[in-house]
Design a protein around this ligand. Sequence first.
Ligand SMILES: Nc1ncnc2c1ncn2[C@@H]1O[C@H](COP(=O)(O)OP(=O)(O)OP(=O)(O)O)[C@@H](O)[C@H]1O
Ligand SMILES: [Mg+2]
Length: 211
Amino acid sequence: MDLAHETSVLLSLNDLSCVPKVYGQVVGGSRPGLVMSAVPGTTLEKFLEKWTTDSCFHRCVTRVDFLHICLQVVRAIKSLHCSNILHNDLKTDNLMVQILSQNHHMFRVFVIDFGNATQVGQYNAYHIDPDDVREGRVTWLAPEVRRGEPTSISSDIYSVGVVLRDVQHSTGLYDDLDNLVEGCTREEPVCRTPLGEAEKRLLLRYKSLRG
Ligand SMILES: Nc1ncnc2c1ncn2[C@@H]1O[C@H](COP(=O)(O)OP(=O)(O)OP(=O)(O)O)[C@@H](O)[C@H]1O
Ligand SMILES: [Mg+2]
């Protein structure tokens, strides 16, 4: 998809606090681009990597913090869907975590990279390279999308499940997230756990652990 498309998607989401604000496009010149607010943080992928390799960071970020991050991911994608937008490329690399206060356990999640986003129900001509599918490089995409079927709310839910599974694998939050990972990544799209339900379950778990 082109930059104009990504800009118009981002503009339609400018009121959401989980999406960086977009100000416009750079046109002309050799490197066209988007002008948006910078999230002072790292991708969730790098955040998880740091947590597993940096002992100081490991001590500072708790299991409760990760549950809160997962809750924010679910809420963010739910709010995109409420704005009639599918992300279509959700993975830990396309989520950013801002550390507001490490000591006070305050983290904020942003969704980035709307290059493949579409409106809900809009036929998505999003091309996936068959080699990427064969060689297992698009594991975050739902099985029906890998087969070339259109994306949907359910295919975004599948990708949310894969993000939760990545968090689970890096942090060992097995008991807390098992049920949701299984529910969100079901093979059959209509059987996947709706994000409203996922949010309720995560909120309950988060509140009970936070005390
Ligand atoms: N608003 C932002 N604030 C800070 N960093 C950002 C922002 N948007 C993107 N980035 C950084 O730039 C990287 C690439 O951004 P993005 O995913 O939107 O582009 P991309 O063309 O899809 O690149 P890639 O192929 O690496 O995913 C992100 O992984 C992130 O590190
Ligand atoms: Mg990206």
